[in-house]
Design a protein around this ligand. Structure first.
Ligand SMILES: CC(=O)SCCNC(=O)CCNC(=O)[C@H](O)C(C)(C)COP(=O)(O)OP(=O)(O)OC[C@H]1O[C@@H](n2cnc3c(N)ncnc32)[C@H](O)[C@@H]1OP(=O)(O)O
Ligand SMILES: CC(=O)C(=O)O
Length: 533
């Protein structure tokens, strides 16, 4: 069966830039446009020339993408002005872009209230604007703003607006659910009506996620005949975001009835780049990736329940809807109090131990994990602490050093300039290689001071921990009150880019932190193959 082509249009760098807290620099835009192109997206809408200096500059550079078409976004001509006397519109025509996507009104209410012009003038403005883009030699797209609300309010007028754009030469007429309030059933019905007037291979969908249906609405439009989908990476976008292309793409490529009926510009190899591309954007925005994101989240293929893990090890299809590798993600089998021996065995195998399921040490380790988790430890979030626990249980963690004692002092006092300051100082005594080493460290808080003291002098191991840095420190109070039990999770990194997580639990926050710090250092020594002196 010949598959119909679906076109993917990414607006991360335009509608995504309308996300609260998101701001792309020129370099960010160039990097993301390249990443989207490499992913196999057909159109990259990189901004709104004339709206701000960054976007204007992007379209002055004329950076060509090897595969994707670069789209410049902007509005139809201003009312009461000729095309040549509208600087905003002229900026679009002059933009170094392959196509121009014009947004225009398709809801009579908006024409009356937001534009305040006669309805016929709006239709004429759409037609004139599209014609001018076509005459400039660029491909024209028309984003029909509020199309679905407009269709429900005044079907004839909404259809007249898009018909004007199509007749004027728009390659694509894109139906926008601008307020994001339309549900999939309505989208499917309305798109089915539209394709009776405009051929489906000229109709697109631009959905927002205000009811959590951005992806479902985009798929509903495809089922009804639309052949272009606009969306953003990771669902970035104004208010609740746009339809998330990171969910839409694998659904189109791996799920029925889409996969058997359509093809996109992506190959299976492109699809394996999906998780990476999604993370590139998070990294650029300095955001923690959404752990639970469909397909690409760190938890998307993480199995915690013992019953699940046992079955997944027999055949992953028992609890996975698609193979994680197909989208560039990976399977994780977690160790926790919800697990059984299968979870432990899987984790042991990951760290290099092959043990039979009936090995009594496995049952012993499982019991210890459950006992410690009951006290507040969380091993699914602390892979390095689990590895140390497992290795100690199986009897092969070298004993590098002992901590004889530590002391922490926090003092609030006036400094030499008479300013009130709080200072923290820690002393740690470690025994290494038959020798006691006492170190003093200062820090912004007690844990920082302890960390500095502990890592000041570890004797023969000092050179191995020089590149160790603490990336993140999280405290969770497990029971209420000032005598609460505290769980500390520490994320560490070293010069080779390795990252690991350790956990400590105690009614005393400094004790809990120290335990997690110690695990981190021991893990680093273990990974680096340090030998006992
Ligand atoms: C649904 C969407 O996401 S549409 C895209 C929304 N994105 C943005 O707005 C981001 C970029 N925008 C901007 O930087 C600015 O709004 C600019 C540069 C485009 C315009 O700025 P200003 O000239 O100061 O106008 P302002 O933003 O205050 O108002 C928009 C004007 O455009 C008019 N307008 C809005 N849509 C259209 C349209 N499709 N066609 C013609 N005129 C329009 C409005 O009626 C308003 O006109 P008015 O000033 O006479 O009331
Ligand atoms: C064009 C656009 O971004 C919208 O209507 O939502």
């Amino acid at each position: 069966m010949t598959k119909e082509r679906l076109y993917l249009y990414d607006t991360t760098l335009r509608d995504g830039a309308q996300t609260q807290g998101v701001d792309f620099s020129l370099e960010d835009k160039a990097l993301m446009a390249g990443a989207l192109d490499a992913l196999g997206i057909d159109y990259v809408e990189a901004g709104y020339p004339g709206a701000n200096p960054t976007d204007t500059e992007y379209f002055e550079t004329g950076e060509v993408l090897p595969n994707a078409k670069r789209a410049a976004f902007g509005m139809t001509k201003r009312s009461g002005r000729s095309l040549s006397n509208d600087p905003g519109f002229q900026a679009l025509l002059q933009a170094k872009a392959d196509c121009v996507c014009l947004v225009g009104k398709a809801w009579d209410f908006h024409v009356d209230v937001a534009l305040g012009i006669p309805r016929e003038e709006n239709v004429q403005g759409i037609a004139e604007s599209v014609e001018a883009v076509v005459a400039s030699g660029k491909e024209a797209l028309f984003d029909a703003e509020h199309f679905f609300d407009g269709f429900k309010a005044n079907k004839d007028y909404a259809l007249a607006c898009i018909q004007a754009a199509y007749d004027a030469g728009a390659r694509w007429v894109v139906l926008c659910d601008t307020n994001g309030g339309t549900l999939p059933g309505e989208i499917e019905e309305i798109v089915a009506e539209v394709v009776k007037h405009i051929p489906g291979d000229h109709v697109g969908i631009h959905a927002h996620d205000d009811t959590g249906h951005g992806v479902a609405n985009s798929l509903a439009a495809v089922r009804a005949g639309a052949r272009q989908i606009q969306g953003t990476l990771n669902g970035l976008g104004e208010r609740c975001g746009n339809a998330d292309l990171v969910s839409i793409i694998p659904t189109l490529m791996l799920k029925q009835p889409y996969a058997e009926s359509f093809e996109t510009g992506l190959t299976a190899e492109h699809l394996r780049n999906l998780t990476h591309t999604s993370r590139v954007l998070d990294e650029l925005l300095n955001r923690a990736p959404n752990r639970h994101a469909p397909y690409v989240g760190e938890s998307a293929f993480a199995h915690k329940g013992g019953i699940h893990v046992s079955a997944v090890q027999k055949d992953p299809r028992t609890y996975e809807h698609v193979p994680p590798e197909s989208v560039g993600n990976q399977r994780r089998l977690l160790v926790s109090n919800q697990g059984g021996r299968s979870n432990i065995l899987a984790e042991l195998e990951r760290i290099g131990f092959k043990t039979p399921k009936d090995d009594p040490r496995v049952a012993g380790l499982l019991e210890e994990v459950k006992t410690k988790e009951a006290k507040g430890y969380a091993y699914e979030a602390a892979d390095a602490s689990f590895e140390l626990l497992a290795r100690r249980h199986l009897g092969n963690v070298p004993h590098f050093f002992d901590v004889e004692s530590f002391r922490v002092m926090v003092e609030r006092r006036h400094n030499a300039l008479g300013q009130l300051v709080t200072v923290s100082e820690a002393t740690v005594k470690v025994r290494v290689d038959g020798e006691t080493i006492a170190s003093v460290g200062e820090g912004t808080g007690p844990v920082h001071a302890l960390d500095n003291a502990l890592r000041k002098d570890l004797g023969p191991y000092q050179n191995l921990i020089e590149d160790l840095t603490l990336v993140d420190y999280k405290v969770r109070i497990l029971t209420g009150g000032t005598d609460a039990v505290t769980r500390v999770l520490i994320e560490s990194r070293d010069g080779q880019g390795r990252r690991w997580f350790t956990v400590g639990v105690s009614p005393n926050i400094v004790d809990a932190s120290f335990e997690a710090l110690l695990d981190s250092i021991n893990y680093k020594l273990l990974r680096d193959g340090a030998t006992v002196h």
